[in-house]
Design a protein around this ligand. Structure first.
Ligand SMILES: Cc1cc2nc3c(=O)[nH]c(=O)nc-3n(C[C@H](O)[C@H](O)[C@H](O)COP(=O)(O)OP(=O)(O)OC[C@H]3O[C@@H](n4cnc5c(N)ncnc54)[C@H](O)[C@@H]3O)c2cc1C
Length: 402
């Protein structure tokens, strides 16, 4: 197994340049409009589908690329274009990762293509874990899945689901044995058009406003046994091990979750880089006191710090992605490190970008205020910064930090 090399292969660079061109020519010019509209940018997703960027094939190829760098490199470019549209294009990928982490090969073969649809009939996927009383505390999930003959019946309310209620395929985490907390949970596919699944409130947000976020209501949602991800035998064996005091399941699930964090970190790196570049270009042009503002050390040093932090975030992201792809254990919670640093970097860098643009940066005439609004979600979703610190703190101390 080759060691970590922070230099993408020629193939990855080729894909990066192709994705960058789409982000520059299609995504970025549409960013402001869809942010204002606060609607899913279907025409942009469709254009991405037409060139093969929004497709199962693209996501699978990048996911399985041997260095692990392909997906973060591509995500950075997409989110450099625009984060709201970016999440509309990649949100299905996160649902697909959740399905792939728990599903059998047959389940993947059946449901993954239906999450993406075709270039002429684009579809979305949604991953629904969070609930009004179960955000960071996923053990508090109340949605119940109860067996009924060969079927399962689900009831509950999910919230803050990206693509929730507008997706073709929903992956829902539910409790099958509430007494076991996270270890008594299982994931289910809810097929397209299943009666009882509906969209609740659609949220109006601070940032990533082109990405749809909504409640998903499950009322007597009946699905066949084949929709239980991983199958009944595996679930029963796991529950039996847990009831006997074993550690079954939870650790593996946490590890899987860790592996998707570098992809989320890469999104934040894309926003941070976009904000840095915009502020740098502005500082080269804008003149005050008879010189360009970038000629003041105060501004140049700030840009130096911004550029450095973007590179730090990217290197941590690539290292974690490489480790995940090459079967290395995250002994120090390196996946969480990448998400923590990249999320906080995106918030900090985009705030400094506003400062460098001054009054112009505070207006919607320039994209940096949007970059800043978009960046903030990266210290909140897919595990808040506090939860990432908790995970890293436990890993580095070996103590049950609370
Ligand atoms: C735009 C958006 C999209 C989302 N997309 C999805 C999605 O597709 N699917 C999905 O399932 N969920 C999604 N979420 C939910 C997201 O993952 C949760 O918001 C996140 O996990 C935090 O949960 P919470 O909002 O309930 O905050 P809480 O858990 O209530 O936390 C509130 C605050 O308390 C802190 N806190 C909580 N516990 C501790 C602790 N033990 N120690 C220290 N601090 C603590 C948190 O860090 C945070 O600062 C999305 C959320 C948003 C806003």
């Amino acid at each position: 197994m080759a060691g970590f090399c922070p230099e993408p292969s020629d193939d990855v660079v080729q894909v990066r340049d192709w994705v960058h061109a789409f982000a520059r020519d299609v995504i970025r010019p549409a960013g402001a409009e869809w942010d204002e509209r606060e609607e899913t940018p279907w025409p942009v997703i469709q254009e991405a589908a037409k060139i093969g960027l929004y497709s199962l094939d693209f996501f699978a190829t990048q996911w399985f690329e041997e260095s692990g760098l392909a997906l973060p490199v591509a995500f950075e470019e997409i989110f450099w274009g625009d984060a709201g549209i970016g999440l509309s294009i990649t949100g299905t990928g996160l649902a697909a990762a959740a399905l792939s982490a728990n599903g059998t090969p047959e389940q993947m073969g059946e449901w993954l293509p239906q999450m993406f649809g075709t270039e002429n009939d684009v579809k979305l996927g949604a991953f629904c874990a969070s609930e009004p009383d179960a955000g960071s505390d996923v053990g508090a999930i109340r949605t119940r899945a109860v067996p009924d003959g060969d079927d399962w019946v689900l009831n509950g309310v999910k919230t803050w689901a990206t693509n929730g209620g507008i997706a073709n395929v929903h992956v829902v985490v539910a409790s099958v044995d509430p007494s076991l907390g996270t270890r008594g949970q299982a994931s289910f596919v809810i097929p397209p058009g299943t009666p009882g699944l509906s969209m609740g409130q659609k949220f109006r947000k601070h940032g990533i406003r082109a990405s749809h976020t909504a409640e998903v209501v499950l009322e007597d949602v009946r699905v066949p046994g084949s929709c239980l991800l991983g199958g009944k035998e595996k679930l029963e064996a796991r529950l039996a091990r847990v009831r006997q005091g074993g550690r079954a399941g939870e650790q593996a699930a946490m590890r899987t979750f860790e592996t998707t964090r570098p992809s989320v970190a890469a999104m934040a790196v894309g926003i941070a880089r976009a904000a840095f570049e915009y502020a740098r270009d502005y500082a080269r042009e804008r003149e005050q006191f008879g010189r360009r503002i970038g000629e003041n050390q105060a501004i140049a040093f700030l840009l130096a710090e911004m550029a450095t932090r973007v590179d730090v975030a990217r290197l941590l992201t690539w290292r974690a992605a490489w480790m995940a792809r090459n079967g290395r254990q995250f002994e120090q919670a390196e996946g969480s490190m990448s998400k923590l640093v990249a999320g906080e970097t995106a918030v900090w860098v985009s705030e400094q970008a506003i400062q460098i643009l001054g009054g112009a940066g505070y207006t919607r005439e320039h994209p940096v205020e949007r970059f800043h609004r978009d960046a903030k979600i990266y210290t909140i979703f897919e595990g808040t910064s506090e939860i990432q610190r908790l995970i890293i703190g436990r890993a580095v101390t070996g103590l049950p930090v609370r």
